[in-house]
Ligand binder design. Structure first.
Ligand code: ADE
Length: 283
């Protein structure tokens, strides 16, 4: 997979040289390049921003450097649309981190991991002139993406998170692909709690079942914990779960937690949130 990141703070992205993503770059699994947007400015001051048309606070990123940068990284240096896409190749995906974007989830990460070329455009200040995104849609699939409902100072931190979430799903990047299967969000539920040795630590014992060697009982316990934890911390995820994925044991745990399971989905009953087995534990 090829990834280009364009930013006025390329040093921010130095962390992408570390750990698994850094290794994937060195191994050639990810061709990741970070570019300085100011390299596409033409004036003495290397200006990338200007005042907002119509007034208001802050500054807006100018269209010219962005258009030139996006044309170059898409392989259409003349700025004309269609460069990379014209010969039948898959369109690159342009991801624009923004609190006004669609929310980036694990499902988005899986979707993007199947792409050939991702380009991340890190905005700063009040954002990028909207016409850049309209223009770029002629050669890119444009996806404004938000990490969540809060505001960062720019897109760089969001790109670090998204590149890591996507990159680790690219085959070969994570040594043991099994570890991707049983993790939070991979099946619509949060991950179960994990423990290691010693079995007794500061008067706290690991749950007995995990020492039993009974694999079926361990799997059941873990699944129950996933359901309990998700009900307690993220009931919104349970409400979005397809009831077809629930077995008899799941339904029994959910009923004990005060949830009703119908053909059209899961609904919290009046007891859900506080009732039996759903104690509000601070973790
Ligand atoms: N840039 C500023 N805030 C952001 C957010 N919440 N997600 C992605 N990019 C951002």
């Amino acid at each position: 997979m090829r990834i280009d990141v364009i930013s006025i703070f390329p040093e921010y992205l130095a962390a992408l040289d570390l750990s698994l993503i850094g290794k994937a770059r060195r191994d050639g699994l990810l061709q990741l390049q970070v570019h300085d947007l100011r390299g596409w400015t033409t004036d003495r001051h290397r200006t990338v921003d200007d005042t907002p048309t119509g007034g208001g606070a802050g500054m807006v990123m100018k269209p010219e450097p962005w258009a030139q940068a996006l044309a170059d990284v898409a392989g259409a240096a003349d700025g004309l649309p269609g460069g990379a896409a014209a010969d039948g190749a898959r369109r690159p995906v342009l991801i624009v981190p923004s609190p006004a974007g669609e929310v980036f989830t694990q499902a988005t990460a899986y979707e993007l991991a199947g792409e050939e070329h991702l380009v991340f455009a890190c905005g700063r200040y009040e954002g990028i002139d909207e016409r850049v995104l309209e223009w770029a849609a002629e050669q890119y699939t444009v996806r404004p993406m938000s990490l969540g409902d809060y505001v960062l100072n720019g897109g760089e931190v969001a790109v670090l998170a998204m590149v890591e979430a996507v990159g680790r799903l690219v085959p070969g990047v994570v040594g043991n692909p099994e570890s991707l299967v049983e993790e939070s969000h991979s099946d619509g539920l949060l991950e179960y709690p994990v423990y290691t040795k010693p079995a007794l630590w500061r008067d706290r014992a690991v749950p007995e079942v995990l020492l039993s060697g009974n694999h079926a009982a361990i799997a059941r316990w873990r699944r129950d914990e996933q359901l309990r934890r998700t009900a307690r911390r993220r009931p919104d995820l349970l409400e979005r779960l397809d009831p077809a994925v629930l077995d008899k044991g799941d339904r029994a745990v959910l009923a004990a937690l005060g949830w009703s399971v119908g053909v059209d989905g899961l609904r919290p009953g009046p007891g859900a949130g506080l009732g039996a087995g759903n104690e509000a534990v601070a973790e």
